[in-house]
Design a protein around this ligand. Structure first.
Ligand code: PGA
Length: 252
């Protein structure tokens, strides 16, 4: 059943500035969720806010992390282990975000992280997407390569709880070249399902859309794009907008 639900994940990136603000946004979203039946809602705050948010009682929002490191413990300055997150009720981990890839993260590292997330019993949210589009559809080869390398050595069983977020880099953030269309998402989503089906005989993985998701364009991605949900950046920091997006998935 869980897999039939839409999944809306918020990615706060390096925001907000204080844990008080984080608690306020999180609580407002949780309170606003009332009778959400068809949508699972996840929020991925910066690490330092996770513990405080995990203690909020009867929250309807699950917690996710924006990254983590594949080793369990040891001399890895600045890193956080997946097992540490597991203890804080974290259920999802975003991996391979384009902002991490831009700072040097490789498919090989993402692969190691996905394996660790799975062995800690959490769900990896693997981000894939091209920096720019070309008329020859080379970007599809790049996406195929990202998926193949990031999921190297995994089995059909392993990927049963995997989530993929297609995030075209050109459509992300304030500096986006333009917004993507539902049709553009659908093309890539079908392609990703084919890659997974060829490699794993599994095409049931949920494919989310991410990149300038707003209340105004979310319906198009769900109807024309057939998206299984969203990875939302900026609008996940605004309870009103985030709740509007969830309302749209609920009323589909
Ligand atoms: P955005 O970010 O919604 O602010 O474009 C999306 C993301 O980077 O995941």
């Amino acid at each position: 059943m869980q897999n039939n639900k839409k999944l809306v994940i918020g990615n706060w990136k390096m925001n907000p500035e204080t844990s008080k603000e984080a608690e306020k946004i999180f609580t407002n979203i949780s309170k606003g969720l009332k009778n959400t039946k068809k949508t699972s809602v996840v929020m991925c705050p910066p690490y330092v806010f996770i513990e405080r948010l995990s203690k909020i009682k009867s929250s309807k929002v699950s917690l996710g992390a924006q990254n983590a490191f594949y080793e369990k413990s040891g001399a890895y300055t600045g890193e956080v282990a997946f097992s540490m997150l597991e203890n804080l009720k974290v259920k999802y981990v975003i991996l391979g975000h384009s902002e991490m890839r831009a700072r040097g993260e490789t498919n090989l590292e993402i692969n190691k992280k996905i394996r660790s997330v799975l062995s800690a019993g959490m769900a990896p949210v693997l981000c894939v997407g091209e920096i720019e589009r070309d008329a020859n559809h080379e970007y599809l080869n790049l996406i195929q390569n990202q998926i193949t390398e990031c999921l190297s050595g995994l089995s059909k069983n392993n990927i049963s709880c995997l989530i993929i977020a297609y995030e075209p880099v050109w459509a992300i953030g304030k500096g986006a070249v333009r917004e993507a269309t539902g049709e553009e998402f659908r093309e890539v989503s079908i392609f990703i399902k084919k890659v997974l089906s060829d490699k794993f005989k599994n095409s049931n993985v949920r494919i989310l859309y991410g990149g300038s998701v707003h209340p105004q364009n979310s319906l198009e991605f769900l109807t024309e794009g057939n998206a299984d949900g969203f990875l939302v950046g900026r609008d996940s920091l605004d309870p009103k907008k985030f709740l509007e997006i969830i309302n749209i998935t609920e009323n589909l």
